[in-house]
Design a protein around this ligand. Structure first.
Ligand code: SF4
Length: 478
């Protein structure tokens, strides 16, 4: 792969989309905690470090306390991170050096940082970037592997790979890219089993497509099975319905495949990623907010499907100008799904499929919606963002027997707002933000009276294709 400026831009765009939550995975509150956690993370997982540091920081909250640490006690506190004897010596030396050279503060000068005990160039870069916002692109094992597989570098050492990456990407993107590449290495481009079939970078990666040897293993990876990936389900029988459909709505794309209409799908957005095989078989025509209108026109669709909240009105206007037929669904509540299925079923010649979904959902909906416990659904962190009572997600919560609270739409909330709202239940869907047990624990500390639950984000947000699944996952919560 020859990496042109345009391809590098595309790579960054896709990484951003795939890992919107990419950030430093080591829990820390200040530069001191970060430097300590980074030293502990050598040859150890970030998750293990995060389990170790709360007790460590309680006992040694700053450099002054750490400089007077009792070595055997310190070793005991960090034992589970491995190489604990050396790490304990480094930490003790770090505390003493910070006290004697820097008045107990972590310096933001690269040379002074790298000169501290246990802090090499890589740790210094991590601390500079995450604690002080200084552009740096420290290459760890994940970035080293991913960069070489993608052909961004052919260098044999992390230092040289770092040089190559810093040359290829603008300085202002280094910090973000650092986290995104690590997330990609952890979640998709695994050392032993890269998930190339599901990789958003597959068409940019010669190794993933079996066109080049994997520099990590020295082997040639088997390309994702084209026959399986490109074989869509059987076509629908009705011939007067649209035959060249482009869906600009990810959950509708999934729905159409479920309904056996995949052979009629000629285009999708890059966010239409389910089922997995469509990424290989159906071309992407940009995003939901900014579809590539020329690409859409070139595919000569006889219907483009939009949703009013998902796609801006200007997209519909532009399609009209080009004489491309479109239909716009509107799904603001769970009951809107009944209407949308009917509309789609009629437009697609898939009335039976629509009728069966309508019957299934009606059977799940309550006759009368009760005012259950006050529930707050959060959809983002930093800042906290909630799904207000007038959103589809909150209506799902309402239909499941709770009372959604908070301001309408998607308001940003401070911790004081959360306290004022005083929810009985806080729901943390795993999409669009990847909420996890750490966030749940954080909220339980902040709102000790509330029950905090992590719930399936796709079931909660993929309206039309997963509506019934969403209701089932909320009702009743375990
Ligand atoms: S296609 Fe495969 S090898 Fe290439 S970046 Fe993606 S997961 Fe890694």
């Amino acid at each position: 792969m020859r990496w042109t400026k345009a391809k590098l831009g595309e790579l960054q765009k896709r990484l951003k989309t795939a890992y919107p939550d990419a950030r430093c995975a080591l829990d820390h509150r200040d530069p001191f905690q970060l430097v300590v956690a980074t030293i502990l993370s050598a040859q150890c997982t970030d998750a293990r470090v995060n389990l170790t540091t709360p007790a460590l920081f309680k006992r040694y909250p700053d450099a002054a306390a750490l400089s007077k640490a009792n070595l055997p006690e310190l070793e005991g506190l960090i034992r589970s991170t491995g190489f604990y004897r050396n790490k304990a010596k480094s930490l003790l030396g770090l505390g003493q050096a910070l006290m004697s050279r820097h008045h107990g503060e972590v310096p933001n000068d690269p040379n002074a940082l790298a000169a501290l005990p246990g802090v090499g160039q890589k740790t210094a870069n991590v601390v500079l970037a995450n604690a002080f916002g200084v552009p740096a692109l420290a290459v760890d094992t994940h970035i080293f592997r991913v960069a070489r597989r993608l052909g961004l570098s052919t260098a044999k050492t992390p230092e040289k790979v770092e040089e190559d990456l810093c040359r290829l990407f603008p300085e202002c993107d280094w910090i973000e890219l650092h986290h995104q590449l690590i997330f990609h290495g952890r979640r998709t481009c695994d050392a032993r089993k890269p998930d190339c079939a599901a990789c958003p970078l597959l068409d940019l990666c010669d190794v993933g497509r079996g066109k080049a040897f994997d520099p990590h293993s020295g082997l040639r990876l088997l390309p994702p099975k084209a026959s399986a990936l490109l074989q869509p389900p059987a076509p629908s029988l009705q011939s007067d319905a649209p035959q060249r459909i482009i869906s600009l709505v990810p959950s509708v794309t999934e729905l159409l495949v479920d309904w056996g209409l995949a052979t009629r799908l000629v285009g999708r957005t890059r966010y239409c990623i389910a089922p997995k095989w469509i990424r290989m078989a159906i071309p992407a025509v940009g995003g939901t907010k900014d579809p590539d209108l020329d690409a859409i026109e070139a595919l000569a669709p006889d219907l483009v499907i939009l949703e009013k909240d998902e796609n801006p009105k200007r997209v519909a206007d532009a399609l009209t100008e080009r004489g491309i037929p479109w239909v716009a669904l509107e799904v603001k509540t769970v009951r809107d799904c009944l209407v949308a299925w009917k509309e789609l079923g009629e437009a697609m010649g898939a009335r039976e499929q629509a009728a069966s979904r309508i019957t299934a959902l009606k059977a799940l909906l309550p006759k009368r919606v009760k005012r259950g416990p006050r529930a707050l659904t959060l959809v983002w962190r930093d800042p906290w963002v909630a799904a207000g009572p007038d959103t589809y997600v909150s209506d799902l919560v309402r239909q499941a027997g709770y009372t959604p609270i908070g301001p309408d739409r998607y308001p940003r909330l401070t911790e004081a707002d959360l306290l004022l709202l005083d929810p009985a239940l806080v729901l943390l869907p795993t999409e669009p933000y990847r909420f996890n047990a750490r966030h749940a624990a954080e909220l339980r500390r902040l709102l000790p009276r509330a029950r905090v639950e992590i719930v399936d984000g796709q079931a909660m947000t993929w309206y039309l294709s997963r509506t019934e699944e969403g209701l089932r996952c909320l009702r009743p919560l375990p």
